[in-house]
Structures are given as structure tokens and as C-alpha cells.
Design a protein around this ligand. Structure first.
Ligand code: DQA
Length: 147
């Protein structure tokens, strides 16, 4: 049995659906995660969200032990967390960074990014569809999908 893909979300993503829908869309995080779970080859993926930086760091460490690949939307911690950067740097599995919006096209403070330099790839600005692309990439990169 291959290891699962971990899909981790950071602060305020629990408010998706009602939080600035003109930027983040109307899907809830559970809508997005449910669609991922129904994607071919996705059985057993682990989907979580936390508002706590420490918990997110612990989950990244856990992914390093238990996951075949990591999909991470660190939300605002993307722009602030050296702890998260350091944890990601220890990983030997593919790590796909996802953002619903395109932070590079928004406020200047969102151009600071501690995740991208230690991620395999970044998908941003495609809304919830970005998660589906990230899962396809994660399965491919971790050798769980043929084509
Ligand atoms: C976000 C972008 C971040 O800048 C922001 O802090 C978020 C969501 C996104 O998915 O577009 O909370 O990660």
C-alpha cells in the first residue's frame, strides 16, 4: 500500500464559502476536499485545516514521515512563517504549494513567500481547480499515476 497524499490548509481557510467570495470563490474547504477525495487515485488522501501555526508545522513533520506527497495552502503563514519554511525544508517528498488567489497580483505583503522556495511547485490563481491540478501533480510526482 502506498502512502497517502497529505492536503493541509492554514488559517482562515475554514471560512471559505463566506470569506471574501469575490477573491476565494463560494466553495467551502470541505467542498474542495470532498472533490479531491473523489478524484481517481485519491482514495486515502489525508485532508486537514488548522488556524494554528504550531499545529501546521507538526503536520508538515508528520507528512514527512507518513505521506507520499504534500499539498499545502499555508494561507497567511505563507507570508510570515520561518518555522514552516524550516519544516518544509526537511521534506524529501514532493510538495505542491496551492493558493486559490494569485498572491503575486495582490497586496505587496503577499509577495513575501516563505513556502515557494522550499516547494516543488506552486499553483496560484486558479481557485479550487488549483487543488485538483495539485493532486494530479502530487500523484504523478510520487509515482502513483502512470501518465
Ligand atoms: C491564500 C492567499 C493568502 O495570501 C491568504 O492569506 C489566504 C489565502 C489563497 O489561497 O489565495 O488566506 O493562501
Amino acid at each position: 500500500m502506498s502512502k497517502p497524499v497529505y492536503v493541509l490548509g492554514g488559517p482562515n481557510l475554514n471560512l471559505l464559502g463566506t470569506r471574501e467570495p469575490e477573491i476565494y470563490g463560494r466553495d467551502t474547504l470541505e467542498d474542495i476536499y470532498a472533490r479531491l477525495r473523489s478524484q481517481p487515485g485519491a482514495a486515502g488522501i489525508v485532508t486537514r485545516q488548522t488556524n494554528s501555526e504550531g499545529e501546521l508545522v507538526s503536520w508538515v513533520q508528520e507528512a514527512g514521515r507518513e505521506a507520499s506527497a504534500l499539498i499545502l495552502n499555508a494561507a497567511a503563514y505563507t507570508h510570515t512563517s520561518i518555522a514552516l519554511h524550516d519544516a518544509l525544508k526537511t521534506l524529501k517528498i514532493p510538495t505542491i504549494e496551492v493558493h486559490l488567489s494569485n498572491p503575486a497580483a495582490r497586496e505587496a505583503f503577499r509577495r513575501v513567500n516563505y513556502v515557494a522556495p522550499v516547494a516543488t511547485a506552486t499553483i496560484a490563481g486558479l481557485g479550487a481547480f488549483g487543488y485538483e491540478l495539485a493532486l494530479t501533480a502530487a500523484l504523478r510526482l510520487s509515482g502513483q499515476e502512470e501518465s
